[in-house]
Design a protein around this ligand. Sequence first.
Ligand SMILES: Nc1ncnc2c1ncn2[C@@H]1O[C@H](COP(=O)(O)OP(=O)(O)OP(=O)(O)O)[C@@H](O)[C@H]1O
Length: 868
Amino acid sequence: MAREKKITPMMQQYYEVRKTLPPNTLLLFRLGDFYEMFHEDAEVGAQVLGITLTKRSDYKMAGIPFHAAEQYIGKVLAANMKVAICEQVETPQAGKLVKRALTRILTPGTTIEDNQLNAQRNHYLAAIEYDKSGFSLAWIDLSTGEFRIAHDSKPDDLLPVLVSIDPAELLLIEGTQESWQKQSHNNPVFEELIHFANSRSTSEQPSFQFDCDSGAQAVMETLGVINLEGFGIEKTHDALGCAGALLHYARETLRAEPKNLSSIREYSAKASLLIDPATLRNLEIFKSTRGLREGSLIDAINGCKTAAGARLLEQWLIAPERSIPELQRRLDSVEQFFRNPMGATELQATLKSVRDIKRILSRMQNRLRNPRELGGVRDTLLQIPELKSTISEVASSSPQAGSAVPADRPTSPLDQLLDRLHELPALTELLDRALKEELPSKLDDGGYIATGYDPELDRMLSLTTDNKVWLTELEAAERERTGIKNLKVKYNGAFGYFIEVTKSNLSLVPENYIRKQTTVNAERFITEDLKAKEKEIFHAEENSKRREEELFLGLIEAVLEESVALTQTAEALAELDVFCGWAEIARRWDYCKPELNDSDVLDIEQGRHPVVEQMLRKDSQGLAGSHAFVPNSIGISASNNQIHLITGPNMAGKSTFIRQVALITLMAQVGCWVPASAAKIGIVDRIFSRVGASDDLARGNSTFMVEMNETANILNNATENSLIILDEIGRGTSTYDGLSIAWSVIEHLHRDPETGPKTLFATHYQELTQLDKHLGRLENYSVAVKEWNDDIVFVRQVVKGAADRSYGIQVARLAGLPTPVIDRAKEILERLESDDASVTVSSPTPIPVAKPRKKIKVEKDENQLGLF
Ligand SMILES: Nc1ncnc2c1ncn2[C@@H]1O[C@H](COP(=O)(O)OP(=O)(O)OP(=O)(O)O)[C@@H](O)[C@H]1O
């Protein structure tokens, strides 16, 4: 009979913890100064972290030093895996098994450690449920305490916000992904959801965790309220199930209640400007088509000096507004700083020394505390009085820069900001008095409480310093007594304090020295006196360390008592940062304050593309602005000139123009000033785009399929308050199919006799320009070029009227196509345009007999047009 292998008590402890963990989790098991992984975890860990795999008795092991654990954990999370931390929870004693406990599970969406978060970006964990009642969504940022829910019967209306928040981790009900796969056939919503789930860490959870009633209960308990009315949320809100799932997951991973959640807000698609996922990508709102921040709108309009400011900007772009009063408040606030550049610059300089209070608070509330972050609270609070007085000065100065400050000033849009900035003098004074100037980042390092703050600590510390003096004196005295000139009193972790005598002096060692250790060149001794003193020193050090930690916890408590005021202050600081940044960008790039109204008109004078303009300026450094952006105006209204059909040569600037109109509208609806000389923006409910040809092979879609999916989405969801930009629709298929689709799309958008979504339609189909004769609200525009001999010069000016030709061959020549190819193309074009398929052109290869271009004649036929 095989003898059963005996498991050591420590490994028993390990297996107990290991069996409770969720799948895809690596267990880091603390053994002294290392976190060890065993068995399969060790194999996976060694591979993911690039560390050595070793074998101990009959199991595999891999370890990482505990002090460098954070960087290794970051790598595991980046590989979309979870990390469970099992710590030693008592001081180890020889011969006794040390107690261990699972203290935390870190997952991609719940980590709150500073070095695992991107300071400039929000870090969300989201839960989704999609059933008969519609689409429910909840998301949480444990690193800041933001908590939101949303429900909509139309999933299309919540996809924009889901894609924009870009959660690091997603919770779904068990079996969800499989059911989405089954339903995805030709259903763009499911396709988008599958793609979305595949591109991030996803955990499927049992369905009871998504139960609405228990979700409501969990939310109330976590927020410490008896109902949710104070947050404007019904107890029966459909997304409370998702919210409950998030809380359950957060509790499981933190191994405690999340302590930094104090409110929950509902996101309403109806109150927001919606930008569907395709348009977010096409307009390069959060990242460029190359997947980088550089080249995106958010990058172009980010003038923030603090990470919290950058995160607020992201939140505002995630949910652009439709509420004019809120947008007006933002625009007016920017104006104050725009008109007071000195004040704004001063504020920005001060903001640089402000710390990320929201994230610091979240960590403190969830038991991750260190002296340096506590010092961050102090350093920030110390700036508040100065910040407030500068803001007051800015608020007091009249809109005309340089004019006198009125004694009794009228209310200012900045008053609201001032009210939310709390000085908290008592807490500031306490932290200032209690903490040293320079602070360690680890609590264990000690030495962070200032001298004079606590007499008891000072007494204990003086004991240890006195003891150290005693040791120096002992060294001098023993040298004197023994005559050993190089005798040293030293310390190491294994033996504590000892006297070291080199081998050559051993004959001089007195009798009371007790030999402890021999090294290559010396012997180490102790004495009774030295041991007694050592005990005294250790005792004093331990006591002072304990006392210091007690004081530290007292300070943390004092900070947490003010967490509401501190959170408000942090939020106000973030706003201040966004406003000052926008004012600076507005000055640097000559932006204007848009006028907002609820009309159906967009009226932009001398508008520019915010990103292309900045790129051109960068590229033209040293060329005295020879590549300056050419501004263009537009006046478009849903009830008057609803559809602008824009033709013009390749490379003329059609796409840039239609995108800039969409971006300017979006910028106005987040409250930012806009790149134009004047702009009147009638609030829009949605921006749609069908731009460029991008295939989506990863999702199994061809270029044309993507194009048609996006077009279908637009036609099904656009309202008369929407803005649509369509770029070369129909180009992904044969000319006639494409032209016919483009044509009927225009007719469809124009079908209502009174009004329709404002549409900018860029096309190379010259035939469409004739539609203006029959569609009353369609106008032709073109991007002008100048002809010079056989060449063209781009002037980038949008003018009224249709373009006469495409100049594709001239542009191809500019692109460097070989001359014979260009000449041949011209020949072919002439033949095709001659309408005569029978003409033989002398050429190396016979020209394929193409179907001649049909002339299109437009005839009035009630609502439809005739094709001949
Ligand atoms: N108003 C402008 N001022 C200066 N440069 C511009 C302007 N508009 C466009 N450009 C430059 O011209 C380039 C081509 O513009 P764009 O892609 O908009 O042309 P297009 O007419 O849509 O071309 P195609 O029909 O081939 O797609 C842009 O990359 C940009 O650098």
